[in-house]
Design a protein around this ligand. Structure first.
Ligand code: 3EB
Length: 339
C-alpha cells in the first residue's frame, strides 16, 4: 500500500467488541458498524456514526466494522439518516422499521439518503450494504421481501438518474431483525469505476423472473484518488454468490456454491476483467481483506470456512455470519475489500 492510498482512501477493519475502545482511541473515526445481536437506529455517538445491525445470535459472536480516516470528522443526523464525513468521504446509514411491505419505505429512505449525499457534496456512491430481515418471506401482497426491497431501490436510483455505470457495489443479505438496515460509503472527488463480471449477467440486467425490478448494483467498485491512478486503487467487491449468467448453480451443495462464488470473485478481480475496465492492478483472492461470509445454515459454516481458508490470506480478517441469502436457492455469499 502506498502512502498516497493511506491518506486518500477510507480504511476499515474488524474489531472485537472488547477491543473497540482501543481500536478507536486516537483515530479519526468515520463510523462503527456493529454486527451484533440486536438492531438500533443509526446515531451519532462519540462524534461518529454508530449503527447496530442484528446479524448474530449473541453479542459475544459479534464484531465491529470500524471506518477510519486521516482527516478530522464531522457528524450529524438528518431525516432519520445519521452520517459522518471528512471532506472527502461520507459514511451514512438509515433503517426502515419492520413493515408489511417495503418498496415505498425503501424508496423514501434511499431518496433521503441520496438527497443528503447531494446536499453534503458527496455524489460518488462507492459502496452500499443492505440488511433485510425476513428476506425470503413474502410481503403483504405476496411479493418476496427481497424483490419488494429491489423495487424501492430501483425507483430511487432511477429518480436520481443513476446510470448502470454509476450504481455502487452492494450487498443485499438477510438479517435477524430490525426491518431493513443500510449504510453507504460515498466520496467527493475520488474516482470510481464500476466493474462487471463477464461470467455473470449484470444484476441490473437480470430478467423479470427474479422480480419486478432488478437489483441495482455493480459487481465491484474500483476507487482511486484520481482517475489517472489505475494501479493503486481500492476495490470494493460486492456480495457474490453461486450465480453464472443469471442462474443459480449447485442449489443444495454449499461447498460447490462457495467454490463458484470464489471463482466469480477471482475472475472479477483478475487481470482480464480489470484490464477490460482500464485498470492495471493485479489482484487475487489472497489480496481480499475485511471479508464477510454469509452462510444460510449455521451447520455449513465449518465446511465453508475450510474452503475460504484455502483461498484467502492467513492475514485477512474474515467474519462468518449465519443469515439468509437473497435467493432461496443460494446458501452462501461473500464480499470483501482490496485495500
Ligand atoms: C446476486 O449476485 C446475489 O441486492 O444489493 C449480491 C450483492 C446479491 C448485492 C443486492 C444481491 C445484492 O444477485 C445477491
Amino acid at each position: 500500500m502506498t502512502q498516497q492510498q493511506i491518506l486518500d482512501l477510507p480504511a476499515s477493519k474488524f474489531a472485537m467488541p472488547d477491543d473497540l475502545d482501543e481500536e478507536t482511541s486516537g483515530a479519526n473515526v468515520l463510523g462503527v458498524i456493529n454486527y451484533t445481536s440486536g438492531a438500533t437506529d443509526p446515531d451519532v455517538t462519540s462524534g461518529h456514526l454508530r449503527f447496530d445491525l442484528h446479524m448474530t445470535g449473541t453479542a459475544a459472536d459479534g464484531f465491529a466494522e470500524v471506518w477510519t480516516t486521516e482527516r478530522p470528522v464531522e457528524s450529524g443526523e438528518s431525516g432519520g439518516i445519521a452520517y459522518s464525513h471528512d471532506g472527502e468521504h461520507l459514511l451514512c446509514a438509515g433503517r426502515i422499521p419492520p413493515a408489511t411491505s417495503y418498496a415505498e419505505g425503501t424508496r423514501a429512505a434511499y431518496t433521503t439518503t441520496l438527497e443528503l449525499m447531494d446536499a453534503l457534496g458527496y455524489d460518488n456512491c462507492a459502496r452500499m450494504w443492505n440488511f433485510v430481515n425476513r428476506i425470503n418471506e413474502d410481503n403483504a401482497e405476496g411479493l418476496e421481501i427481497y424483490r419488494d426491497f429491489c423495487k424501492g431501490r430501483a425507483e430511487a436510483f432511477e429518480a436520481f438518474n443513476f446510470s448502470d455505470t454509476s450504481v455502487p457495489a452492494a450487498t443485499g443479505i438477510g438479517s435477524l431483525g430490525g426491518g431493513i438496515a443500510f449504510y453507504v460509503l460515498a466520496s467527493r472527488t475520488s474516482s470510481l469505476t464500476a466493474i462487471e463480471n463477464s461470467k455473470q449477467v449484470s444484476a441490473y440486467n437480470y430478467p423479470e423472473q427474479y422480480g419486478p425490478r432488478p437489483p441495482k448494483f455493480a459487481r465491484a467498485t474500483y476507487q482511486s484518488a484520481t482517475s489517472a491512478d489505475r494501479t493503486s486503487g481500492q476495490i470494493y467487491v460486492a456480495g457474490t454468490s453461486s450465480i453464472r449468467g443469471h442462474e443459480t448453480l449447485f442449489a443444495g451443495d454449499v461447498e460447490k456454491q462457495a467454490l463458484l462464488a470464489l471463482d466469480n470473485i477471482a475472475h472479477l478481480i483478475g487481470p482480464e476483467t480489470l484490464a477490460d475496465h482500464g485498470i492495471e492492478q493485479r489482484n487475487t483472492l489472497a489480496d481480499l481483506d475485511t471479508i464477510k461470509v454469509y452462510v444460510r445454515h449455521g451447520e455449513d459454516i465449518p465446511a465453508v470456512r475450510r474452503i475460504c481458508e484455502e483461498h484467502f490470506s492467513p492475514d485477512a480478517q474474515v467474519a462468518y455470519l449465519n443469515v439468509d441469502v437473497c435467493r432461496a436457492d443460494l446458501s452462501v455469499e461473500l464480499e470483501g475489500i482490496i485495500h
